[in-house]
Design a protein around this ligand. Structure first.
Ligand code: UD1
Length: 338
């Protein structure tokens, strides 16, 4: 069965391609390489022994999207990762975010609804919940006003899909709301490759550990949490990738109860920034240089998932601990810089 993976050279996309190929799916990757490297293809091939088909396409080009779906008329499903993901940049360049994250989504859906039957998995984010009123966060928690255009595109993306599913019974869709992905494939053939200064905690820590960054700034230690630093749900990217495969299979095998469903994808465990730093120190044997600075505007105090729905309905559960995920992130950082 042929599956199209947009943004398939990116961090979560590439790990998902590996899991799809391991399950026997034929994968077509679409990526414009704006935030990913074509070399990732070699990493995927080294792991699976199979080179995925690669189409270098900018999904904002409507005609190119139409032509893509004509060339691959036998596509059974799409996993849609392609999007811009930097919160700060989205405030500076909102149009870019609406065009990339909403425009492209609309074109892909437009091509999909023409098909007799199509399955669609959407990359959503726990950012849709904002600061949730209660922990752990269930899928029924209210959607809070977004802090940034990036966050808005995830909320809007979900609404676009939900509206289209109401009138397109041939389209089956699942939105996966990711918590905080981290880590790398155990083969260390693929991993996270942030462009420029990392905005996310884990790549900033590993880059500090290896000496590229002088020190980590911990954004605030006066939050109402156990140690005063923010709490997040860090999930190993391989666990997250596997969630995509089971979600897709649910749709392909017609096991879904509604034609639009949402699932949280996290570990269910919250870890503070200090706990993440300690995890790095344990697995690397190094002391991390860090200092406490002011809070980062827009940060929520805590966010961790209630994963009951994914556990029970998808039959999926995250397997890796924070230390295991951190070890893979550290091994990857060492390999990239060697
Ligand atoms: C961020 C985005 C979120 C997006 C996700 C994608 C914000 C406010 N949120 O989530 O919308 O879906 O990335 O990956 O940008 N931290 C430090 N020092 C650093 C970096 C981070 O102390 O140099 C802290 C943050 O304050 C936070 C935690 O580490 O408490 C995790 O931060 P990060 O990796 O940026 O993820 P989120 O903020 O959860």
């Amino acid at each position: 069965m042929k599956i199209l993976v947009t943004g398939g050279l990116g961090f979560i996309g590439s790990h998902t391609v590996v899991e799809l190929q391991n399950e026997g799916y034929q994968v077509v990757i679409v990526d414009d390489c704006s935030n990913a490297d074509e070399k990732v293809l070699a990493g995927i091939t080294a792991i699976t022994g199979k080179e995925p088909v690669f189409e270098k396409i900018d999904l904002r080009e409507k005609e190119a999207v139409g032509a893509l779906f004509e060339r691959h008329s036998d596509i059974a499903g799409v996993i849609h990762f392609a999007a811009s993901k930097a919160v700060g940049e989205s405030v500076e360049k909102p149009l870019l975010y609406y065009e990339n994250n909403i425009g492209s989504l609309v074109y892909v859906l437009k091509a999909l609804v023409k098909k007799e039957k199509a399955s669609f998995i959407f990359s959503s984010s726990c950012t849709v919940y904002g600061q949730a009123d209660a922990m752990p966060i269930t899928e029924n928690a209210p959607i809070k006003p977004a802090e940034s255009p990036y966050g808005k595109t995830k909320q809007m993306g979900e609404e676009v899909i939900s509206d289209i599913c109401k009138v397109s019974p041939n389209l089956q869709a699942i939105a996966l709301r990711y918590f905080n992905p981290m880590g790398a494939h155990p083969s260390v053939e693929i991993g996270e490759l942030p462009v420029g200064v990392p905005q996310n905690l884990v790549p900033f820590i590993t880059q500090t550990g290896i000496g590229i960054r002088e020190g980590l700034s911990v954004f605030g230690n006066d939050y109402p949490t156990e140690d005063g630093t923010c709490v997040r749900d860090y999930i190993h990217v391989v666990d997250l990738a596997k969630a995509h495969v089971v979600a897709l299979q649910r749709l392909l095998h017609g096991k879904n109860e509604k034609n639009y469903e949402v699932f949280n994808v996290g570990t269910g465990k919250g870890s503070s920034v200090m706990e993440v730093i300690r995890s790095f120190e344990r697995v690397s044997g190094k002391n991390l240089n860090y200092k406490i600075v002011d809070r980062r505007p827009g940060d929520v105090i805590e966010a961790f998932a209630d994963t009951t729905k994914a556990n029970e309905v998808l039959g999926w559960k995250a397997q890796s601990s924070l230390d295991e995920a951190m070890r893979s992130a550290w091994e990857w950082e060492q390999k990239v810089r060697s």
